[in-house]
Design a protein around this ligand. Sequence first.
Ligand code: ADP
Ligand code: ADP
Length: 234
Amino acid sequence: MAKLILKNVYKRYDNNKKKNKKQNDYAVNDYSLECKDGEFIGILGPSGCGKTTTLRMIAGLEDITSGDIFIGETKVNDLHPKERHIGLAFEDYALYPPLNVYDNIAFNLRAKKVNEEDIHKEIMRIAPILKVDDLLDSRPVGLSGGQKQRVNIARAIVRKPKLLLLDEPLSHLDGKMRQVLRTEIKRLHKEIKCTTIIVTHDQLEAMSLADRIAIMKDGKLQQFGSPLEVYDNP
Ligand code: ADP
Ligand code: ADP
């Protein structure tokens, strides 16, 4: 785990002008944020305000136009995603259909040539926390949306990332399952204490999960504070 710092980060998509004439040119505009080691941060805001772009820049999946991003003490601006030691779980689960849950979770560790014994230990550590221990032999096709998202998060977390990035992880789920998985994510964070960023447009989700909430509007950071601070000054 590590702290995360964004310093005056800007993002302009070259084709952005055509896509939204009304908005400013920047998808992310002078964004600065400091997350403490082990903190759970929610990035909250309406569709199109720049949440996913922010997360993708942290992950290295999108170039930044200007500014700096630090993970721990390391400036990561020019680092490849693989060198950033992050775990990603997006809205889409993107599990490999032919592989069972165990092999799905093991996939990235095997790609990194981690030995099977260590892979096994790590999966056995994480699987019960996310309640996928009974699913390890199943294929993704037979799983519910909630179960798939648990596997997806397990796959992101077995890599022992410095940062866990979650992009709308609950938005495909129905109300009840959303609530259950929200509680699980909270518990997971308590147990593994990994610095975690969740992107969501759901105020309740951000309020119930995050230590601090960053509210975005039109690419800008509008407010940053505890759920109470943000709630008291809407
Ligand atoms: P959010 O995640 O809050 O919905 P996004 O980060 O996806 O917002 O989008 C922020 C802005 O950037 C929007 O105006 C969107 O249209 C624009 N945008 C996002 N991705 C691209 C892209 N690949 N090319 C051009 N514009 C984009
Ligand atoms: P590793 O080298 O850790 O095995 P991968 O080769 O699986 O990592 O992926 C490299 C990087 O690709 C990841 O660190 C992550 O930043 C990025 N990435 C892009 N899309 C995804 C995704 N859907 N799930 C996981 N990682 C992703």
